[in-house]
Design a protein around this ligand. Structure first.
Ligand SMILES: [Zn+2]
Length: 141
């Protein structure tokens, strides 16, 4: 069936994606290099290349550097084969989203206005989360 991580069909179980996101040298080197402050960041980045190609080019790159890829090269590798999480989230933001919508200006009570603003923010977050879960690619929360 279709893989939950890269969306493509896979004949083997588990999919090669688990060798990218769950264990293996790629994950290990990304974490050792501390490319991201949060370990979860990398796990949330969707693939932009098929998993077998990613693993193949990674093992070539790794061997060329004696299994210790310099941070810059590793960064370039990730940029080439993965999509950034931030960019994806941004594209999910509803097009009609306004950070300070008109209706908030019309509420005269300051407390009520703050509360409505929080609700508005929350709605934006929930909207994102829902859409991410909807495409089946969201990592466990
Ligand atoms: Zn997969």
């Amino acid at each position: 069936g279709p893989c939950q991580l890269h969306g493509g069909l896979t004949g083997s179980h588990p999919c090669l994606c688990s060798q990218i996101y769950c264990y293996g040298e790629l994950l290990h080197q990304v974490q050792m290099a501390k490319l991201y402050q949060d370990d979860k960041h990398f796990v949330d980045m969707p693939l932009s290349t098929a998993p077998d190609i990613v693993l193949q080019s990674f093992s070539e790159l790794s061997e060329a550097h004696n299994h210790s890829i310099p941070t810059q090269q590793l960064q370039a590798f990730v940029a080439e084969h993965f999509q950034d999480v931030g960019q994806e989230l941004q594209s999910w933001t509803p097009v009609d989203w306004k950070d300070s919508p008109q209706f908030l200006q019309k509420i005269s009570d300051a407390k009520l206005r703050a509360w409505a603003g929080q609700l508005h923010e929350l709605w934006k977050k929930l909207g994102k989360k829902g859409l991410l879960l909807g495409d089946g690619r969201s990592a466990p929360l």
